[in-house]
Design a protein around this ligand. Structure first.
Ligand code: ADP
Length: 551
């Protein structure tokens, strides 16, 4: 509440307080005057009794005081003086009028109710009412004569009734006041919680508008319930030209090639509304130079009963990243192409020279052989890079003897293994008919054996095994090498991934071997799995489905 509003509230309360005092006293004064007039009609000498007139005048004086006193400047507890003085006024008039004007005594009900309804406790109100009303009824008796016990008991009904009234009004007032206080407290708590809810909402709004990710919350019927500033911009960028308020189906959303529109029902937001949980779904939105790549994730919301209540969708602008990756791929592809021609020429000349090794001076043939081997490696790397960039390895599965392919891979692997102080055991049957691409399968197994040698320790071993199962051809390459950290396992088939522990070693590699192996296996409609324990070793298992065997 602002300062001026508080002031206005306080001012209104003060004038209400003042009005209450004046009206209460006015009511008594009117009743007093009427009772006096009624008394005059009966006994016209009343006006000649000074004490009676003094009581009446005192009441009128109190009324005048009530009208003039600046109550706002006087402590509230002093107001109690007004009904107390009223008791005196009533007491005086009743003492003067005596039993001939009993209605004057009834006027004591006014100050009794006033005191009972004020902030004094029930006990005090009852005590004041009892003492004051007894004084009012007993005073004339005491003043006029020596009263008998019976004379004192006779008018006792009035004080008893008024004391009861004081108790009753005081209890009701207290009860009312407690209710009001409870109401005020609950209103304050409500105000506080509304205020804190608003503050939280403001904070959430600021946070949502600060993050650089577009956020959209949708209810179960597909209505937007929240959209942050970033997402509003993204939505506008995806709108078709000339349409300022497109619905979800009208937005320009394209697949990875940036030109094929994604059908409305297959769009990430439509799928999220159906309750699907999305993780890094990539689409392009908008057209031309303002086209953006978005990585979209979603998280479904459910109530306590598990009923789907909506979804929150996040839109991460990954345009720069996607363009950078594309630039890198283009660069690699161009460089690889540029490498291929001179490499072919280098290899050709090296092989020609090596064919005439008897003409070469001593030792030179050995050096040239090393140069040829490295050129072959380089050529293989270039081929791999080109194949990976093209996205596929074309395989041509034919009926062949997988046992022979594995034996050849094992024998060239064994040379490398022995050089590294390792033992390579081939447990695969020497003959294992299967339908596979012999060259590509050899390349895949070769990659696994190469890794088993590279990521091993002197004295370790490598085991190659294979068998036919009902579901296909199974090939296993196990080693007792350094193993792979569990958190790296899900990445080892990613392009250019090398686990952090090997990146710092001298072991050569670029992180393409496993990707190539998996691609070859996938082209055979097969699968490759890995199990590994850090420091103990690794086992890769390839499964290539095979046509049912003839009985
Ligand atoms: P490269 O060997 O050229 O680094 P790969 O794609 O063949 O690339 O392997 C990717 C990564 O997986 C390796 O860098 C290594 O960290 C891990 N890795 C692969 N095979 C093994 C293995 N047999 N033992 C331990 N780590 C391995």
């Amino acid at each position: 509440m602002t300062g001026s509003l508080m002031e206005t509230g306080r001012g209104a309360r003060r004038s209400r307080h003042r009005r209450r005092i004046i009206y209460s006293e006015l009511a008594l004064s009117i009743a007093f005057t009427l009772a006096t007039l009624h008394g005059l009609a009966e006994r016209d000498e009343l006006l000649s009794i000074p004490v009676f007139v003094a009581g009446w005048a005192l009441n009128l004086l109190v009324l005048a005081v009530c009208c003039t006193v600046p109550w706002s400047r006087i402590p509230t507890r002093w107001v109690i003086l007004v009904p107390l003085v009223d008791f005196v006024a009533i007491g005086l008039s009743r003492a003067a009028a005596g039993e001939s004007l009993p209605s004057i005594g009834l006027l004591a009900a006014f100050p009794v109710v006033w005191i009972a309804a004020s902030r004094v406790g029930t006990g005090a109100a009852v005590a004041i009412a009892a003492v004051a009303t007894l004084t009012v009824v007993w005073l004339p008796l005491v003043l006029l004569a020596d009263p008998t016990f019976d004379a004192l008991i006779d008018p006792i009904l009035l004080p008893v009734m008024l004391t009861g009234l004081a108790w009753f009004v005081s209890e009701i007032t207290r009860d009312n006041r407690q209710r009001q206080e409870a109401l005020r407290a609950s209103q304050a708590a409500l105000r506080e919680s509304v205020e804190s809810g608003r503050a939280r909402e403001r904070l959430l709004g600021t946070v949502l508008d600060t993050v650089s990710v577009g956020l959209l919350a949708i209810d179960a019927d597909g209505n937007d319930i929240l959209m942050n500033a970033r997402q509003r911009e993204g939505h506008a960028a995806a709108a078709p030209p000339g349409n300022d308020d497109p619905n979800e189906a009208e937005l320009l959303v394209f697949g990875p090639d940036r030109i094929t529109p994604v059908p409305p029902e297959e769009r990430p937001v439509a799928r999220a509304i159906r309750g699907e949980e999305l993780d890094a779904e990539q689409v392009w939105v908008g057209t031309g130079r303002s086209q953006r790549a978005l990585s979209i994730a979603s998280h479904a919301m459910h109530d306590d009963d598990g009923t789907f209540t909506g979804t929150v969708v996040s839109f991460h602008d990954v345009t720069e990243l996607v363009l950078a990756l594309q630039a890198k791929d283009d660069f690699l592809s161009n460089v690889s192409h540029e490498f291929r021609t001179p490499l072919t020429s280098i290899l050709g000349y090296l092989e020609l020279t090596l064919e005439r090794h008897e003409d070469l001076p001593d030792g030179v043939a050995g050096y040239l052989e090393v140069a040829r081997r490295n050129a072959v490696r380089l050529e293989r790397l270039v081929e791999d890079l080109l194949a990976i960039n093209a996205g596929s390895f074309r395989v041509n599965p034919v009926p062949t003897d997988a046992g022979r392919i594995l034996a050849e891979a094992a024998s060239s692997g064994r040379v490398r293994a022995e050089r590294a102080g390792l033992r390579l055991v081939n447990r695969a049957p020497s003959s294992l008919p299967a339908v596979v691409d012999p060259v590509r399968l050899g390349q895949a197994v070769d990659n696994l054996l190469t890794n088993a040698v590279k990521y091993n320790r002197r004295g370790g071993s490598i085991t190659l095994d294979a068998r036919r199962r009902d579901d296909g051809l199974v090939i296993e390459v196990a080693d007792t090498g350094i193993g792979i950290e569990t958190e790296d396992l899900h990445q080892i088939f990613d392009r250019f991934f090398r686990s952090p522990s090997v990146r710092t070693t001298a072991v050569p590699g670029v992180g393409l071997g496993l990707l190539i192996t998996r691609t070859i296996v996938a082209e055979h409609r097969g699968s490759i799995t890995v199990t590994s324990e850090r420091g103990k070793g690794t086992c890769f298992t390839i499964l290539i489905p095979q046509p049912p065997r003839a009985a």
